[in-house]
Design a protein around this ligand. Structure first.
Ligand code: ADP
Ligand code: MG
Length: 260
């Protein structure tokens, strides 16, 4: 197992009667952007919350850089940066205040923290918003602040749940480049999405999740090969692996445009 990798074995999660994860097994090496692609309700958010140790599994094993969430959840939290599906930000703080607050919880040296806040704000082109109230910002700008907050402590693993949500195409490209830089140094990015095109454009490898199970894993090329057609698109692959010919509505939802 490479140093920055996620190992998941026999992972189950029930919410009462609802089985959200149904025996997930997955190994994610460092140095790549790994996608979790699946329609709404397939278990992506549940899986990411268990990886980040926000949620306990019903059963199964999860190790992040060799550390089990069961043994040391605080250590896991310190090496992961997490962008939730619906980030919670303090509307009455400014981005500088909020990011300063996150940095102080993470015990980041003041000068390093300030340098990082301004570097990421420049990268995302929101320097002029840093002193506005978060409550006055657009959805996309709030998403950028949430993303920056996950990067501040320079984590070994970044987990983004539908991370392109609310970003315009230019910002989506900036995020993609940031993630590529990030994994170039051997670190790990896990990126969930329900949008086929996003997975196709951002991820080096991906797992397709459906009804709480991983139905296929690989690069787009490997997924095409397993679908038996080298020019197959993700839609064909998805139909092939789920073996469900009545999936039109699911495909439609996966095809949702980036900018809602
Ligand atoms: P996704 O992120 O792929 O949309 P989720 O992980 O949010 O999927 O949900 C997977 C399944 O678990 C869905 O059937 C969803 O309704 C159910 N679920 C998620 N969270 C809860 C919860 N807190 N209580 C009960 N059921 C839940
Ligand atoms: Mg979700």
């Amino acid at each position: 197992m490479s140093e920055n990798s996620i190992l998941i074995q026999e992972l189950y999660k029930n919410y009462g009667e609802v089985r959200a994860l149904d025996g997930i097994g997955l190994e994610i090496p460092g140095g790549q952007i790994f996608g979790i692609l699946g329609p709404n309700g397939s278990g992506k958010t549940t899986l990411l919350k268990i990886i980040t140790s926000i949620l306990d599994p019903t059963s199964g094993i999860v190790r992040v850089n060799g550390i089990s969430a069961k043994d040391d959840p605080m250590k896991i939290k310190s090496i992961i940066g997490y962008v939730p599906e619906t980030p919670t930000l303090y509307e009455s703080l400014t981005p500088v205040e909020f990011l300063g607050f996150v940095g102080s919880i993470r015990k980041i040296n003041h000068d390093i923290l300030t340098e990082r806040i301004y570097r990421f704000a420049r990268a995302f082109e929101i320097e002029d918003k840093l002193n506005d109230f978060i409550g006055s910002l657009s959805f996309g700008t709030k998403q950028k602040v949430a993303i920056i907050s996950a990067f501040l402590h320079d984590p070994a693993v970044i987990v983004l749940d539908e991370g392109m949500n609310g970003l315009d195409p230019r910002s989506a490209k900036i995020l993609k480049n940031l993630l590529l830089d990030y994994v170039a140094s051997g670190r790990t990015v896990i990126f969930s999405t329900h949008v086929l095109e996003v997975a196709e454009s951002v991820c080096h490898r991906m797992a397709i999740i459906y009804k709480g199970r991983i139905v296929d894993v690989g690069t787009l090329r490997e997924l095409r090969e397993s679908a038996g057609a080298k020019d197959a698109n993700l839609e064909d692959i998805f139909l092939n692996v789920t073996g469900d010919s009545d999936l039109k509505p699911v495909i439609e939802s996966l095809r949702e445009t980036l900018n809602r």
